[in-house]
Design a protein around this ligand. Sequence first.
Ligand SMILES: C[S@@+](CC[C@H](N)C(=O)[O-])C[C@H]1O[C@@H](n2cnc3c(N)ncnc32)[C@H](O)[C@@H]1O
Length: 267
Amino acid sequence: MAIILHDNEFKTIQKLIFKEVGIDLQSSKKTLVQSRLLKRLLFYKLDSYLDYIRLVQINEQERIEMINLITTNETYFFREIEHFEYLQKVIIPNHPFKQKFRFWSAAASVGAEAYSVAILLDKSMAKKDWEIVGTDINTEVIKKARIGLYPEKWADKIPVALKKEYCLKGRGRHEGQFLIDRKLVENMEFKTGNLMKYNGEVGKFDVIFLRNVLIYFDDATKQLVVDNVLKNLKIGGYFVISLTENLNMIDISSLENVSTSIYRKVK
Ligand SMILES: C[S@@+](CC[C@H](N)C(=O)[O-])C[C@H]1O[C@@H](n2cnc3c(N)ncnc32)[C@H](O)[C@@H]1O
């Protein structure tokens, strides 16, 4: 017998996700939520979504599982190439000599964005002169980011010469995959982090990418998240959102717009 996610149950899930993650789950996502959570109901042998909701309300680990299933983690290497070109042509060459360059991938997913930047930094700076932090609310994607193992077709967008240098072709049980060169990993750290809170422990950065995540938030949440994240940006540092996102409805008086979807912190 099929287990139906009833409207009132979906509303409770919407509220829970909004409170914990900030994601504004649209009604059109009901079927998707039903199918993604069904495996958890089957795992616990529950026969209603109401029972599952009761479980997540008292069990923090299961709340994490639910968030992992509901977040959308699509990403790829060198996504929105314009941002990487700006980094390479403007930001990196103008970075003060001998001052450590710190980059934050603030909604890192499985790490493709952070590793794309790491490749560029390794090409242009000495090893000790840069550091990357990647954070995400989804604990599963962070585990994958730490490993740095991807399906071979994910390397399609990596320029050929860089692919040869930084992507190690998998053999045996890793046939059809590639592993990011370990020399990059030494300067990188991936950890879980919720953008709804100020992530003070990761420190201050020269560049923050917050791309393809604002799209899931309403304006008030966008403001909260952007305010939180900007506390981690150094004065003069760069803040980058997706080319498909905008900051139109929020207050960004500490920023000046320097290129499409690229901002600089002025105060
Ligand atoms: C679509 S991916 C974007 C990945 C990458 N930035 C890119 O542009 O390719 C969005 C990521 O944001 C994460 N996310 C959503 N809400 C979050 C929150 N409140 N705190 C931290 N990460 C969040 C999701 O788990 C997901 O991995």
